[in-house]
Design a protein around this ligand. Structure first.
Ligand code: CAA
Length: 244
């Protein structure tokens, strides 16, 4: 890399699934990588032992915790140049059965989490005239999905958030993009009832789930030095399940 110091990347929900694959891909590409996690400290410890990527624990749904967490990571590793808003949850239920908490938890984590994290890094990225923010949306935010009014709303919201923030960063070298994965082989997708999942996979033209590394590859592309003209974009990675 032609910069004086290695770029520092922070990946939320970085110890599992797409997040863990993203940490691995960014580390392999020469970035200094930090992973945030919320709940599972044992898994985070295993992750660090396996990969050497350090982890910090806070909830991205908590605005103040994000600010404190970012400052702690920066004290250890240096200014955060790259933010990957990956952490997300599902609380699937049809609307008739959805508890208000299931709505709030998903919006607070998946959508407000992106705001909370961007809020903590964006001003400094602009001041340094360089930054990359990539947020993980979903095919289900584009198409809708039975049982996911909360999740689909949060993931569609990420697309609007991304486009608006892209305008605010454009003059200062800060790009803001979204990746919209299709169904990917993660714990989240494996939690879908097997018969339902089999029906979904049958409708994916490529005929299988994505591998987390295939999503991570797109994130690595979007954060690269020479991706500075790509901003406000949504990169669909869904095996042909949704086009256009
Ligand atoms: N389309 C239309 N009708 C459907 C339907 C669908 N996709 N799925 C269920 N129904 C119907 C049922 O046939 C049933 O109809 P009847 O009452 O006439 O028999 C009715 O809806 C059942 O409704 P319920 O409220 O009782 O639903 P449920 O409690 O049985 O379960 C569910 C609903 C929890 C949403 C379950 O269908 C489910 O888990 N679906 C999977 C949702 C999914 O794909 N989630 C993705 C998670 S992974 C992810 O999100 C990652 C990513 O980004 C891609």
């Amino acid at each position: 890399m032609a910069t004086q110091r290695q770029r520092v990347a922070l990946v939320t929900g970085g110890t599992t699934g797409i997040g863990a694959a993203t940490c691995a891909a960014l580390a392999a590409a020469g970035y200094t990588v930090a992973a945030n996690f919320c709940g599972n400290a044992d898994r985070a410890r295993d992750f660090t032992n396996r990969t050497g990527v350090p982890t910090w624990q806070w909830s991205i749904a908590d605005h103040d915790a994000c600010r404190t967490g970012v400052r702690t990571v920066e004290a250890a590793l240096g200014p955060i140049d790259i933010l990957v808003n990956n952490a997300g949850i599902t609380r699937d239920a049809s609307l008739a059965k959805m508890a208000p908490e299931a709505w709030r938890d998903v919006i607070d984590t998946n959508l407000s989490g992106c705001f909370n994290m961007a809020h903590a890094v964006f001003a400094d990225m602009r001041a340094r005239k360089w930054g990359r923010i990539v947020s993980i949306s979903s095919i289900n935010g584009e198409t809708g999905q039975f049982g996911q009014t909360n999740y689909a709303a949060s993931k569609a919201g990420i697309l609007g958030f991304t486009r608006a923030l892209a305008l605010e960063g454009a003059r200062d070298g800060v790009t803001v993009n979204a990746v919209a994965p299709g169904y990917t082989d993660t714990d989240m997708v494996q939690a879908v009832p097997p018969d339902v999942l089999a029906g979904i996979v049958a409708r994916i033209p490529v005929g299988r789930l994505a591998m987390p590394a295939e999503i991570a590859r797109c994130i690595t592309f979007l954060v690269a030095e020479d991706s500075g003209f790509i901003t406000g974009a949504t990169l669909d990675v869904n095996g042909g399940q949704r086009m256009g």
